[in-house]
Design a protein around this ligand. Structure first.
Ligand SMILES: C[S@@+](CC[C@H](N)C(=O)[O-])C[C@H]1O[C@@H](n2cnc3c(N)ncnc32)[C@H](O)[C@@H]1O
Length: 258
């Protein structure tokens, strides 16, 4: 009975949000949702679903729980050093003018803005364009605002803080020049079409939540979305074990080249 209720819950969620929970690791997702539902005083997924229809805050909390959108600037800084010192210079050698870059599952935008700051070391800002996408419209709204707590910018060096942020009431606002370089769009990695000819794609800290099958499709889609020589940069627990079979070369840990 419980499983049937969860199956129906997943169908409802898919219809309402476009997010197909069957493509997320079931045990983990069910545990996350059951603990939230119980915390809010519901004992069945039916009851919980009915309540979600009526209560906006409850619904927002539920969406946050399924999308898990924590992020920060230059998350895992050693990886960003490799991106800056090895990957980007090599991409520039292949293609000198400018790079087509995508921050997939960008959450509240920290990763996309970090990319602009990093690319500005190699190109003037007017040549830098980053596409940043997420399935969750609420995080995209926050991303466009570009305002962050100190905790989120702790890995940003002093020069970059000075150059790219305005600080007010302990909040760090990404300046207009940087914000203009990012295009935020809604995109579901598991259902929507991908653009093509990217030189660099970042998809970090989301694939861990997907089933093996969903991940395989994702890798294939990213492969097709890259230009020859283009690079996919994944999160620090998201190594691709059969990268060669897809056609990728593992050029550094967590970096895969087409
Ligand atoms: C933990 S955040 C990662 C943010 C950033 N990439 C980073 O590494 O700091 C995961 C993001 O994936 C998004 N997400 C979850 N499922 C998705 C899907 N099917 N398509 C696109 N984005 C998705 C969530 O909304 C969330 O904002």
């Amino acid at each position: 009975m419980k499983q049937i209720a969860f199956e129906q819950f997943k169908i409802n969620v898919h219809k309402k949000t476009g997010i197909n929970l069957n493509q997320y690791k079931e045990k983990q997702m069910k545990r996350r949702l059951t603990s939230l539902m119980t915390k809010r005083g519901f004992s069945t997924f039916d009851e919980y679903w009915q309540a979600l229809q009526k209560d906006k805050d409850l619904y927002r909390e539920f969406l946050d729980r399924i999308t898990i959108n924590v992020s920060e600037f230059f998350r895992n800084p050693q990886r960003w050093d490799i991106l800056e010192n090895r990957i980007i210079p090599n991409l520039i050698k292949q293609k000198r003018d400018n790079l087509k870059v995508w921050s997939a599952a960008c959450s509240t935008g920290e990763e996309a803005y970090s990319l602009v700051m990093l690319l500005n070391k190699f190109f003037s800002l007017d040549k830098v364009n980053v596409l940043a996408t997420d399935v969750d419209e609420t995080v995209l709204k926050e991303a466009k605002k570009g305002k962050y707590s100190q905790e989120k910018v702790k890995e940003v060096n002093k020069d970059r803080i000075k150059k790219y942020f305005e600080i007010e009431d302990k909040l760090y606002q990404v300046n207009n020049q940087v914000r203009k370089r990012v295009t935020f769009k809604k995109h579901n990695l598991l259902e929507d079409k991908y653009e093509s000819n990217f030189d660099l794609i970042l998809c970090r800290n989301v694939m861990i939540y997907f089933t093996e099958e969903a991940k395989k499709n994702l890798y294939r889609n990213f492969y097709n979305a890259l230009s020859p020589g283009g690079v996919l940069f994944v999160g620090s627990t998201e190594q691709i074990f059969d990268a060669n079979r897809i056609g990728f070369n593992s050029i550094e840990t967590f970096f895969y080249q087409k």
